[in-house]
Design a protein around this ligand. Sequence first.
Ligand code: ADP
Ligand code: MG
Length: 326
Amino acid sequence: TEVVYLITAGEVIDCFGSVVRELVENSLDAGATRIVVSLWPQQWRVRVADNGWGMNFDDLQQAATAHTTSKIHSSADLWKIKSLGFRGEALHSLTTLADLEIFSRAVGINEGWRVVYGDNGEVLETEVTAIAPGTVVTVDNLFANYPARRQGLPNATQQMKTVQGIIQQIALCHPHVTYQVWQNDREWFTICPASSVGKLIPQILPQVKQGDLKEIKLEIPNPQSTITLVIGLPDRCHRHRPDWVKVAINGRMIKSPELEQTILSSFHKTLPRDRYPVCFLHLAISPDQINWNRNPAKTEIYLNEINSWQEQITEAINQALRISEA
Ligand code: ADP
Ligand code: MG
């Protein structure tokens, strides 16, 4: 159908990091408040467990079929999509790239199910299991049939660094959630939930103290949107720290050279050159203002009316800087 046609521009699952991103985003889309990621790099295995609303047995059997998504129903929905996933492709791709097994129990249902999927997303095994409401997805033997892809990847240590960065990015966009991360059966790191992103940042940037940060939230009526801005000017003793500027839109960290440039130049207009800003900007805007098709990984976007956003952001930064000077 038309919907399928529009969504085939594929997400590329090319490393541990992209597997983790897809699975954790699914957990967030399912309303999870606690997500446990376990990694076994030598085994090429990843498990993501969540306390989200889970799947009933029918949905679980369908979950890895090509273009199965519970998140979109018509091509018109594509323009108002709010969830992080929407093409129903990640789990299906994973069945072709790895072994996939999912345990899930829907909220309000007394039993959970375990399903093992075959190479094309078809159901190979099912059984009833006793689990708490939520979902546990295990991806094993990643790229076992794609030796060239494995060989092309950086070593395990490097890949785990990338995974850590991805989880931190996701946490900045979804600070109300607990992220517990294990590696080789040992707890590796945990990001504790925070009531706002400003309170979460010190967990990710330990050299930045909470008192160094100012957080403001602006409601913009037209087009209806919210700008959350956290800025910090850590003291001069950190002057050799590089700029830390992050931009997120609707729950997803993105690369936006235009907006990053706007942020840096608004800072540098008022700041001595030796002060390096910390800045996190999160725009929550109507999805019809965004074109996600700049690249398939959905990390770069085109924004409608970019000039007006640049003005709004400059204004927001000036406002935040005034607060922090007062
Ligand atoms: P998408 O996220 O684009 O919809 P996926 O292939 O990532 O596609 O997932 C397919 C479907 O499986 C989702 O639409 C959702 O209904 C279900 N699903 C996947 N992961 C979870 C989860 N952790 N909790 C609940 N449902 C899930
Ligand atoms: Mg998804």
